[in-house]
Design a protein around this ligand. Structure first.
Ligand code: SAH
Ligand code: SF4
Length: 359
């Protein structure tokens, strides 16, 4: 075991974050300190469900034990250097991780609900033409704990239960598969955030091998795939990072996903005037979806600084809804939340909102 557990010498700089200990490791540490086994459960509850920021918060532990833990372990906690609040009640947070890297996440409240949009990477390597995150490239992938902590940060700030999470912030979840899955499991677990699997959604730009892997996971997590065009040439131009995962193969992979899981995936489609909203594009989209189990989420493109791409008209979005409906595919136009604070989809990018912090 790499935790300093003897009472003599321990190197404070080598302390491990309590979040990274397995239950067995925590149990071993506690028994080396002469503590009863039930302390492990108490500590885990503080760490995961209560999102404690320090060992001192753990008020049902003896003070001496709290000090012993603080000597031997750290407890990571995100910092919030800036935030912005939207007129619609959404809040965007800029969170700083232990190594100084920053990511953004958003809390979106509505009647009796609190949805959180969290990031899985700082930046993104996929380079989609319409996405502010893609423009800056990838800084690094986040750990499962860093993904989880964003959600808990929002929960604590609103002081409300989180009812759903979408991994639609910065980054491509399926380029960080293991951490994403571990975070989803912790969010789902009754010993974690206790959010139902169906209310946990992963959005991928279409990394086919990982879609196949996801299809084999036992939980009922929800899958969204960013389609944005069912015409290969257009999709290549808009989403260069997934050029090698062709639409033909994506179609087959999604067929397998549906037959394995019985679950209905969502296709995300950001309408871009003159690019993917033409009649030919609409026809291709209808052909891609017709006869499959799918829901299409039409989003008006959020304009991104420095990009020439513009959203379609609302009337055009309605044409898409009607045409998809005629071939038996349910489609909705998603309202963008937090557009006034650049928190809407594709607008999350690392930027210290200096002077705009509402705190
Ligand atoms: N990398 C993943 C998840 C993060 S992006 C993915 O691409 O699916 C979350 C969603 O926002 C995706 O559907 C993405 O295509 C969409 N998006 C990105 N930029 C956008 C923009 N400018 N306007 C509208 N939607 C955008
Ligand atoms: Fe990455 Fe998703 Fe943005 Fe594409 S849309 S660059 S995959 S975050």
């Amino acid at each position: 075991m790499t935790i300093a557990s003897d009472n003599a010498e321990f190197d404070k700089n080598a302390r491990r974050d309590v979040h990274t200990l397995t239950r067995k490791e925590l149990g071993e540490l506690l028994s080396s300190l002469g503590q009863p086994a039930f302390r492990a459960k108490q500590i885990e509850e503080w760490v995961w469900s209560k999102n404690a920021r320090s060992f001192d918060d753990m008020t049902n532990l003896p003070k001496a034990l709290r000090e012993q833990l603080a000597d031997r372990l750290t407890i990571s906690a995100v910092e919030e250097p800036a935030r912005q609040s939207s007129a619609d009640g959404s809040r965007k947070y800029l969170l700083r991780l232990s190594d100084g890297v920053t990511v953004e996440c958003v809390g979106m409240p509505s009647k009796n609900r609190l949805a959180v949009c969290a990031s899985t990477q700082a930046g993104c390597a996929m380079g989609c033409a319409f996405c502010a995150t893609g423009g800056a490239g990838l800084t690094r992938s986040l750990t499962d704990v860093e993904i989880y902590e964003q959600v808990m940060h929002v929960r604590d700030d609103f002081g409300e239960r989180v009812t759903s999470v979408v991994l639609m912030g910065q980054g491509e979840p399926f380029m960080n598969y293991d951490a994403t899955l571990a975070a989803l499991r912790r969010l789902n677990s009754p010993d974690g955030a206790g959010i139902g699997a169906r209310h946990l959604t992963v959005s991928t730009c279409g990394v086919i091998p990982q879609i196949m892997r996801f299809a084999n996971e036992p939980e009922q997590f929800t899958l969204a795939v960013s389609l944005h065009s069912a015409v290969q040439r257009t999709r290549n131009a808009l989403m260069p990072g997934v050029r090698k995962y062709s639409l033909v193969n994506l179609y087959d992979a999604m067929g397998t996903y549906v037959s394995k899981t019985g679950r209905r995936p969502t296709y995300e489609y950001a309408l871009i005037g003159g690019v993917n909203d033409t009649d030919a594009e609409l026809q291709a989209l209808c052909d891609f979806c017709e006869g499959t189990l799918a829901h299409v989420n039409l989003i008006q493109l959020n304009e991104v600084e420095g990009s020439k791409l513009r959203p379609s008209t609302p009337a055009r979005a309605e044409d898409f809804v009607r045409a998809l409906g005629r071939v038996g595919v349910e489609a909705t136009v998603r309202l963008s939340r937090g557009a006034d604070i650049d928190a809407a989809c594709g607008q999350l990018k690392q930027r210290l909102a200096k002077g705009r912090s509402a705190k």
